[in-house]
Design a binder for this molecule. Structure first.
Ligand code: AMP
Length: 190
């Protein structure tokens, strides 16, 4: 199995590259942000809970997010592997993911980080917000808060996965195709 974490700040290109890797390697793509947005759209109890956090650009509490992710993985246990996009975002989530996968005789193969400067990301996200209508992409203050959440809560995962020998940094400022090629080279070797 190839189980890949796509890592990076909001707007780094995780969703775009996840779609490409999913098709190339026949993997299941789980985006926690997409699952939350689906639940908000359908006004489920999970959506109602997540909405307030997401609108402000805050992280949704770990317990809720971890349970949701585990339910998504359990739907596809026969898969050739998974791409985790936007998860884990905290050390507790990473520890819970390791424990959960171990129970199922699975493990993370690699964490692939797309590195892009915050100024480029702000421009990308504001642009995306015009088309997507995503409230959290339309307001620079909310975008900066998402970066603050990342820097405080998610960045420590770089050390977490480096210690496991699984962390790969990729320059995410190049063309979509060039980045996809670099990711493919790494994933082929896993
Ligand atoms: P994304 O689509 O990955 O940019 O996520 C959008 C929003 O969904 C984030 O700003 C958080 O509010 C929420 N979210 C997505 N994934 C997670 C996660 N792993 N932990 C907590 N909140 C999350």
């Amino acid at each position: 199995m190839k189980n890949i974490i796509l890592f990076g700040k909001p707007g780094a290109g995780k969703g775009t590259q996840a779609e490409f890797l999913k098709d190339t390697f026949n993997l299941i793509h789980i985006s926690t942000g997409d699952v939350f947005r689906f639940n908000i759209k359908n006004e489920t109890p999970l959506g109602v809970l997540a909405k307030g956090y997401m609108e402000k650009g805050d992280l949704v509490p770990d317990e809720v997010t971890i349970q949701m992710l585990e339910r998504e993985v359990d739907k596809h246990l026969k898969a050739a592997g998974f791409i985790f996009d936007g998860f884990p975002r905290t050390t507790s989530q990473a520890e819970a993911l390791d424990a959960f996968l171990t129970k199922k005789n699975m493990s993370i193969s690699a964490t692939l980080a797309l590195e892009v400067s915050e100024d480029i990301l702000v421009a990308r996200l504001l642009n995306r917000g015009k088309d997507s209508g995503r409230a959290d992409d339309q307001d620079e203050e909310k975008i900066r808060n998402r970066f603050a959440e990342y820097n405080k809560k998610t960045a420590p995962l770089i050390d977490f996965y480096t210690a496991q020998g699984k962390f790969h940094a990729i320059n995410g400022e190049g063309s979509i195709d060039a980045i996809a090629e670099q990711l493919t080279t790494i994933v082929e070797q896993l």
